[in-house]
Design a protein around this ligand. Sequence first.
Ligand code: B1M
Length: 214
Amino acid sequence: MVTDLLADIKENLINGDQERTVELTKIALENGIEPMTIVNSALAVGMQIVGDRYSTGEFFLPNLVAAGVTMQNALSILEPELQARHEEVQRVGKVVIGTVKGDIHEIGKSLVATMLSCNGFEVYDVGVDVPTEIFIAKVAETEADLLGLSALLTTTMTMQRQIIEELEKADLRDRVKVMVGGAPVSGEWAESIGADGYAEDAMAAVRLAKLLMQ
Ligand code: B1M
């Protein structure tokens, strides 16, 4: 039953069927499936398949758009549930997070932001396609402990390096830890640009953020 439901959600996301995906997501919650299980075992798996089919030419841009909107709609059902599971958390640190300039991929960054918020971080989400100077200004204004930089394109991940260089020029680098993530990003890349850490998914991002706060 659980496996069937998760498989159905995945298939409907791949097909970009928003209504059915949202309906099945609600049914999954009613059946006691944990929200992060729905994300990790259905929605994210479906998205990976959509991306793979796009790479091989089987899917086109409208398929990416439809799957993106579908996932965002499903996440809007799951977010209150995720928050409700972490009502009593104590604030553990401040994070500024966003997707770098030239990159409009929002879903993974927002999921990371939600999970950080659920785990006690005060989150300042500056959005997508964010110019370097906005990241710098927000870090200074909020006196953030952590800066999270998301990039989903090989052409935009270099912005992560540029932002770290600009933090240094603004004399802020010693005051803020930088974590990076996104599909093309890796631990080696993080190290090569002088970031403090890399996380491959939202839960790993929470673990890394807590580690960096110590
Ligand atoms: Co685009 N896209 N896309 N896309 N898209 C990818 C990334 C791509 C890999 C697809 C492919 O070719 N297989 C490819 C990039 C190739 C590359 O550079 N290597 C690609 C391309 C080419 C493009 C366009 C250029 C297409 C075009 O226009 N011709 C274009 C670029 C637009 C731009 O940004 N300037 C484009 C556009 C779009 C849509 C707008 C249609 C849509 C996004 C909708 C939205 O976000 N509102 C979209 C989508 C949906 C995808 C795929 C299919 C799915 C991305 C996603 O949301 N995944 C993607 C294929 C793929 O990733 N396999 C693809 C689900 C999400 C939960 O995972 O975002 O990876 P993800 O986030 C994870 C981790 O990466 C990590 O945790 C998250 C949660 O677990 N993480 C962090 C992310 N940020 C983090 C930050 C952290 C830590 C962890 O710390 C700060």
